[in-house]
Design a protein around this ligand. Sequence first.
Ligand code: FES
Length: 135
Amino acid sequence: MDLILPILRKEHKKHGYLSEDILKKISKKTKVPVSRLYAVATFYTMLHTEKQGKNIIEICGSPSCYLNGELDLENFLEKELNIEFGQTTKDKKISLYKTSCIGCCDKAPAMLLNGKAITNLTKEKVKTILKKCRS
Ligand code: FES
């Protein structure tokens, strides 16, 4: 069981997500029940069980970011993208998630765009990011 997370991460990196078929294959190899694999895959925010958009936005909702206007940016992102957190835009260009602290508290609010930290966010900065993601 100790090796499950590295295996899931490796397969996630390879496929971009962990589908039911992928989990079944891992289950067959490892003899770990699919239900247990699914439980692990859905526990960690860095793992996804559905296909992701081309760009993945993860906005930090932890205290420093929250206290520096993150909630306004959350609402702004949902409105601009016309999706809710945990969803992907219809054109499959952007998936939107919340995450916990990404270690950039001194430059809050912050987000990850495809794993890269972007800090000191403003609505204008987010608009520019979305424009790039959509192009
Ligand atoms: S609280 Fe958001 S980066 Fe730390």
